[in-house]
Design a protein around this ligand. Structure first.
Ligand code: HEC
Length: 151
């Protein structure tokens, strides 16, 4: 066997092997008592947008896409979920202090305005998660209202 073939076989073996290492899943069956809908009035439409575009990484429930089965795709997603939830978890929003809620509402609005969220690596595959101009305005206006309600 040539060195190239050997190298290729080795890579293939590694790829096969890593498929067995599946990260734990972000799935909670329990409805959260600290959900954002318990502390703020969230209109159906806004909730739908957040669920579709943000909840995969910022809630206790991810809708797992096909590529999560394929490593290292699933690992990458798992790391996004872990970091994403640390920064912001819509299912735990009610447990944040008033001050933290306020600053999160602001950073959510900023992330939507400057289009840093949802992550572009995510919208590349999840096309429908990309927000339209109208959706961005709808959500950011609502966020402003919620922020005022906390003052
Ligand atoms: C694919 C996963 C993913 C999706 C989908 C996603 N985020 Fe994030 N988000 C992250 C990660 C990871 C971080 C941690 C910081 C970083 O790496 O940029 C983060 C951080 C944040 C932060 C924290 C910034 C701060 O300073 O407090 C906010 C706010 C945020 N995201 C809002 C959103 C909103 C709003 C949506 C939906 C419109 C969204 N994200 C969709 C992965 C995601």
């Amino acid at each position: 066997m040539s060195r190239v073939t050997k190298g290729f076989m080795f890579l293939l073996l590694v790829l096969m092997f890593i498929q067995f290492i599946q990260p734990p899943r972000n799935k909670s069956r329990q409805a959260s008592r600290m959900d954002i809908t318990r502390v703020f009035p969230v209109p159906e439409k806004i909730h739908g947008i957040l669920k579709n575009s943000c909840y995969d990484c910022h809630s206790n429930n991810t809708r797992y896409p096909w590529y999560a089965m394929l490593q290292p795709g699933g690992w990458l997603l798992a790391s996004h979920i872990k970091k994403g939830k640390q920064e912001l978890n819509f299912n735990e929003f009610g447990s944040y202090s008033r001050r933290r809620q306020q600053s999160k509402l602001k950073s959510i609005a900023n992330s939507i305005k400057d289009e840093t969220m949802p992550l572009s690596s995510y919208t590349l595959i999840h096309r429908s998660a990309k927000l339209s101009q109208t959706e961005r305005e709808l959500v950011t206006n609502w966020l402003e209202q919620m922020r005022y309600s906390l003052l």
